[in-house]
Design a protein around this ligand. Structure first.
Ligand SMILES: *[C@@H]1O[C@H](CO)[C@@H](O)[C@H](O)[C@H]1NC(C)=O
Ligand SMILES: *[C@@H]1O[C@H](CO)[C@@H](O)[C@H](O)[C@H]1NC(C)=O
Length: 373
């Protein structure tokens, strides 16, 4: 009897100790998770604390260029003369040139962007309620855009068949290929490996410049948009407009900010370390300002080629804004960022978020009114 009681109490005691131990373990786990979460938040908080006074610089003015640059003058005169007739919307310019499969966007060495994926992303353009100009040399892309934009007024969509062989950007391919093949040249696939990828990035600037110079638009603002920018909302259904971002500076070009600007980098260092400052997927501004910007960009590309250096638009932009670069941009960039170092597409999404917010407000107001009935 005695023996039996003793046995029971020992077992009972060890069970208490075990449950105490597991509670302690749970507490420890919560403390560790809490610490990890705190470090995560603290890291992003420090990114925001770092002073970034880039946007506080006053914009460079381009008025003096009207005297010396006949193209800029002509564009400006058109903008002034047609001011009352031009819509205050934004004309979106995009393009698609099939480069085959790209070594980009891979996860654990698998995947990579395919032409099918780009076609899937294109569907979002059927929901963007802006005047749109699309350049391509693929009939299937013409068909996709024709179909997906059918519900808009026909004049809101201009699809321009344009062979890549007639573009300045693609004419650079042999020179870029030669540079990428130099012994010891940095190898970041596709940025400094696939010459066609580099070319198609430069084509953005050429095409936007063409749209402005050839009066292909009837709005007060113009924007470049990569096919893939709105990839995260492919499954949404509602139509939305792209409008000016909050606090937009009329004399600057709006971009998403990816990393803090470092003014001490050499062009080669930016290419070698594959550095980025802004995300190249979208830029936006007044036509005169954007035109000057595209001219400076294309001159910077030529300058870099002559020095046997090249990568994508994101590196060219970072390089041309370095104080030591011989071609100094005549207009400034306005950065939109949350300082999270993952803001590649932030400009586009903050514009859409502003619109969606207004949608949500309207929806709740409607619900409220409905509840009164
Ligand atoms: C583009 O032009 C090249 C040469 O000029 C030609 O070989 C090619 O078939 C053209 N492509 C398209 C899609 O028209
Ligand atoms: C670039 O395009 C040209 C012409 O279409 C092609 O011959 C070449 O193989 C392409 N280069 C790469 C790296 O895909």
């Amino acid at each position: 009897m005695n023996k039996c009681y003793c046995f029971f109490s020992r077992r009972y005691g060890s069970r208490i100790m075990e449950s105490e131990r597991s509670i302690n373990r749970l507490i420890l786990l919560i403390v560790i998770l809490g610490l990890v979460y705190f470090c995560y938040c603290f890291y992003y908080a420090t990114l925001r604390w770092q002073e970034d006074d880039w946007n506080s610089k006053p914009a460079k003015k381009i008025d003096h260029l009207y005297l010396t640059d006949p193209d800029v003058k002509a564009i400006h005169e058109r903008m002034v003369a047609q001011d009352s007739r031009l819509s205050s919307e934004i004309t979106i310019v995009t393009a698609y040139y099939n480069l085959g499969n790209l070594n980009k966007g891979k996860k654990l060495g698998l995947g990579g962007y395919t032409p099918e994926q780009y076609k899937n992303w294109m569907s979002v353009f059927g929901r963007i309620d802006n005047p749109l100009i699309v350049f391509t040399d693929s009939q299937d892309v013409i068909d996709i855009f024709t179909e997906s934009r059918r519900h808009f007024e026909p004049e809101r969509t201009k699809i321009v068949p344009l062979n890549r062989t007639s573009l300045w950007a693609f004419s650079l391919a042999p020179r870029i290929k030669e540079i990428f093949s130099l012994p010891g040249y940095p190898s970041h696939d596709p940025n400094t490996v696939n010459e066609n990828y580099s070319c198609v990035m430069h084509a953005k600037f050429e095409l936007v410049s063409k749209v402005i110079k050839e009066n292909m638009f009837f709005t007060k603002y113009i924007s470049w948009l990569d096919i893939g920018l709105y990839r995260a909302i492919v499954s949404e259904k509602h139509i939305f407009p792209i409008r000016l971002p909050p606090g937009f500076d009329q004399d600057k070009i709006a971009y998403s900010g990816q990393h803090k600007f470092d003014s001490t980098l050499s062009p080669y260092q930016i290419i070698e370390e594959d550095k980025t400052w802004v995300g190249g997927a979208m830029f936006l501004g007044r036509p005169e300002v954007v035109y000057v910007y595209t001219q400076d960009y294309m001159r910077s590309v030529e300058k870099l080629l002559s020095e046997k250096m090249m990568s994508t638009d994101q590196q060219v932009i970072y390089i041309m804004f370095q104080p030591s670069f011989p071609i100094q941009p005549r207009v400034d960039i306005q950065i939109y960022t949350t300082h999270s170092t993952d803001d590649w597409f932030y400009l586009g999404y903050t514009i859409k978020e502003t619109w969606d917010f207004h949608l949500r407000k309207t929806a709740s107001l409607l619900k409220f009114l409905h509840s009164l009935l």
